[in-house]
Design a protein. Structure first.
Length: 153
């Protein structure tokens, strides 16, 4: 049985109505964000890792610019996410200057950074991000690719 253009159109319309009725998640364009401290030197958290604390940590700052122009006038929740990492658990916590929410997440999760009606086409803030990982699992520099998602109710 061949799909007709009408059936395809009805399927697409049904999918759009489903997303509108039950909410949807979209990626947020953060391509205008800038890492202010590009290299994140990690240091042992403990003066003596032999005592069982093998964590390393580092701090960086990021000028976050989120393009929310597609959702102005909508109520939404925006999350920062970090995929699971091949080096195991990575913990991230962040402080903001007040436009976005401070918070924390573990790799493979996402953390809330904003909630409410979207009134501006661009959300901006500076985040001070602390990264913590197991230093025994790091053998080379790692690239962490955070991203942002928006949930619409």
């Amino acid at each position: 049985m061949r799909s007709t253009p009408f059936k395809v159109l009805m399927w697409a319309l049904g999918l759009a109505l489903h997303a509108a009725a039950f909410g949807a998640t979209f990626l947020v364009d953060d391509s205008k964000s800038t890492v202010l401290d590009a290299n994140l030197p990690l240091q042992w958290r403990s003066q003596s890792p032999s005592n069982g604390d093998h964590a390393v940590q580092g701090v960086t700052r990021v000028q976050v610019r989120l393009d929310t122009s597609a959702w102005v006038g909508r109520t939404a929740r925006i999350y920062m996410a970090l995929p699971a990492q091949p080096i195991g658990l990575v913990k991230a916590s962040w402080q903001t200057q007040g436009q976005l929410l401070s918070g924390q997440l573990n790799s493979g999760q996402r953390g809330l950074v904003w909630s409410g009606p979207v009134s501006k086409p661009m959300l901006e803030d500076v985040m001070t991000v602390t990264i913590v990982s197991d230093g025994r699992l790091l053998s080379a520099a790692q690239l962490l690719r955070f991203y942002f998602e928006i949930d619409l109710p």
